[in-house]
Structure formats: C-alpha cells, structure tokens
Design a protein around this ligand. Structure first.
Ligand code: IMP
Length: 180
C-alpha cells in the first residue's frame, strides 16, 4: 500500500504500519484477557471509527465476553464540533458489569467524557477505556484511557477505521495529514 494517500482534498502519509498495528493490538488483547479473565466483561464499541480495531482486539482477547455498539459523534470534517451526539440508544445493561469502552481515538476527550458520565450514572462495577490512539496534546478533559495502543502527536489521522468525512476507513495502516 502507498505511503502517500489522498482523501477528498487532503493528502496523508503513512504514520503506523499495518504490521505495527497488528502487533500492538495483539498485545492489548492479551493484556485485557489477563485483566478480565473469568469476569464476562461487556465491550462497548464506539461506532463507526472503532469497528476495525474492535474486530481485531476482541479476537485477540480469548475470554468469555459480551459485545455492544454505540454511536457517538462530535466530529465534522477534521475538527471536533464541540457538541456530542449520541445517535443510537444502547441496548446493553451496564449496571454491576465490568465495562470496557472500545474507542478508535481519544482526541480532546469530549466525546468519551460525556459518554463515561452517562454510563457511570448506571453504576457499572468497573468502567475502563481501551483506545487504539491517544493524542495527549489535544486532550482538554480530565480523562485517562486505561489501555492505549499508540500515543500520537496532535495530527489528524485516517485509516484502520478512522475517516475524513467518510474517506479512508478501509486503509490497513494509519495515515497522518501532511499539509498542516
Ligand atoms: P474527541 O471528543 O475530541 O476526543 O473526539 C473523539 C472522536 O473524534 C473519535 O472517536 C473520532 O471518531 C474522532 N476523531 C478525533 N480525532 C480524529 C482524527 O485524527 N481522525 C479521525 N477522527 C478523529
């Protein structure tokens, strides 16, 4: 796959290879399996961006588990919009459960913080966050992800589920914007 890709009007260059992602996701799955063995955790996958990460992560985590999806969004184009929409009502019950939110990226943290507060109101036994990418420089909310695949600079990225206005999700590697 090319090191430079185009998505709409922007150009991106490869930042993390598919091999590096596969290796790291395997490690994260192994760690989660160790931490949650025998607890039947509920993995709450945030759509759409985390769908590829979740598919790989959960197959790397060979323990008894449950899966649910939720749709949150605060992004339009390459900027966080500032308001969080929860598009899908969640059907899973979190009360007294070991819950792990699976995210593609923690940027400002606004989306996750809003979601986390909503979940905490339902008294989960435990609430953890697993994210493939973390941009600590962009973080504006006091939220520390428990499982992080890669810490990256404050650049807009696409690939492996992440998009720029729906472009680039299918790319097997992570690409960063070149023209900022
Ligand atoms: P936050 O609320 O600012 O942390 O934004 C989190 C959400 O915005 C993520 O779940 C992504 O869907 C999206 N997002 C944040 N940064 C990026 C990026 O660099 N590329 C693509 N989507 C992003």
């Amino acid at each position: 796959m090319d090191d430079i890709v185009q998505a709409h009007d922007l150009t991106f260059r490869k930042m993390i290879t598919a091999e590096q992602i596969a290796e790291r996701v395997q490690e994260m799955g192994t760690q989660l399996a160790r931490d949650f063995a025998g607890q039947h955790p509920l993995f709450l996958v945030v759509l759409k961006g985390a769908y590829i990460f979740a598919a790989d992560l959960l197959r790397a985590c060979p323990i008894d588990q449950e899966l649910a999806f939720v749709r949150l969004s605060s992004y339009q184009g390459t900027r966080s919009s500032g308001t969080v929409r929860m598009d899908l009502e969640m059907t899973a019950t979190v009360t007294d459960r070991q819950v792990i939110i699976v995210e593609d990226i923690v940027d400002t943290g606004r989306t996750l913080e809003a979601f986390r507060q909503k979940l905490l109101a339902d008294d989960p036994a435990d609430l953890k966050i697993a994210t493939l990418l973390h941009k600590p420089e962009a973080q504006a909310f006091d939220l520390i992800p428990d499982y992080v695949g890669f810490t990256i600079p404050n650049e807009f990225v696409i690939g492996y589920g992440l998009d720029y206005d729906e472009a680039g999700r299918h790319l097997p590697a992570i690409y960063q914007r070149t023209d900022t």
